[in-house]
Design a binder for this molecule. Structure first.
Ligand SMILES: [Zn+2]
Length: 269
């Protein structure tokens, strides 16, 4: 089967990506900072003069990459004839204020994760990306990983070990009175939706809510697109890292390695 990501109804169109870039340019220019102006002008060139900027802050370039990369990756995943899962790992202890994302040590974070995964005896391949969401209530950025792996008996066992480890190291939630859940796992039933999720590169704002109905209180969170200062912080951080740096990979098979780990200075799309 040949996957055509662009025909997936939830995949953003080129027009949507251009619209999002214009929104980003507006906020970057509004900030008045030199670095933001410079990034805004590259994003503008990308959409007006079709000069690919290849920045992780660019919705158009991210969309083009995702379309090409995922159509190849999904073929490999389907051909593997295995059950796949998505694991989310939240590093509550690395939550940071607005100044944090800029100095966040991505290499060290990935090294720590690689050690934890190795100690838990996971079977590869494992791949995905790191993401930062801005939590409006405590006003903190929360780094987390979305990872794709196979659902095997060995990985079920490994996940239990990893869950225990994360529970001990990341036990406290960033919001008072909320129980920390640093690990999540779910089976992937829809390949396109599940496998594309870690590669969306869209850092968002998380707002908590509480509703009362018939003496019952319902608590939850909603995610929104970032704007203003937080959008600029996320875009500058994304612009400073490469497509390879934002990814986490572990024990990849040769074909998946060929798709995911490329020299990003070379033309990909
Ligand atoms: Zn671009």
């Amino acid at each position: 089967m040949n996957y055509s990501i662009s025909s997936w109804s939830e995949f953003e169109s080129h027009k949507d990506a251009v619209k999002e870039n214009k929104r980003r340019i507006k906020w970057l220019e509004k900030s008045g900072e030199n670095a933001c102006w410079e990034l805004a002008s590259r994003l503008r060139e990308c959409i007006e003069d079709q000069i690919e900027c290849r920045s992780l802050a660019c919705k158009v370039c991210n969309r083009n990459y995702r379309e090409k990369m995922l159509s190849q990756l999904l073929c490999e995943i389907e051909a593997s004839d295995q059950q796949w899962q998505m694991i989310t790992l939240i590093d509550y202890e690395y939550a940071c204020s607005n100044k944090g994302p800029k100095s966040f040590d991505l290499g060290r974070s990935k090294d720590n994760l690689r050690k934890a995964i190795s100690r838990s005896h996971f079977e590869g391949p494992i791949f995905g990306c790191i993401e930062f969401d801005y939590h409006d209530d405590p006003k903190l950025w929360l780094p987390h990983y979305h990872l794709i792996s196979t659902r095997t008996a060995a990985n079920d066992c490994a996940y239990k070990k990893l869950k225990k480890f994360y529970k001990s190291k990341s036990a406290k939630h960033i919001r008072d009175g909320v129980i920390a859940k640093p690990t999540h796992r779910r089976d992937i039933s829809e390949f396109i939706e599940g496998v594309s999720y870690p590669y969306k590169i869209m850092w968002r704002k998380v707002v908590s809510f509480e509703t009362k109905h018939d003496k019952r209180t319902r608590k939850g969170t909603k995610k929104y697109a970032l704007k203003g200062t937080q959008l600029c912080i996320s875009l500058l951080k994304l612009d400073s890292i490469s497509r390879r740096q934002i990814q986490f990979t572990y024990n990849l098979t040769k074909p998946i390695k060929g798709i995911l780990v490329r020299d990003t200075r070379r033309r990909y799309w």
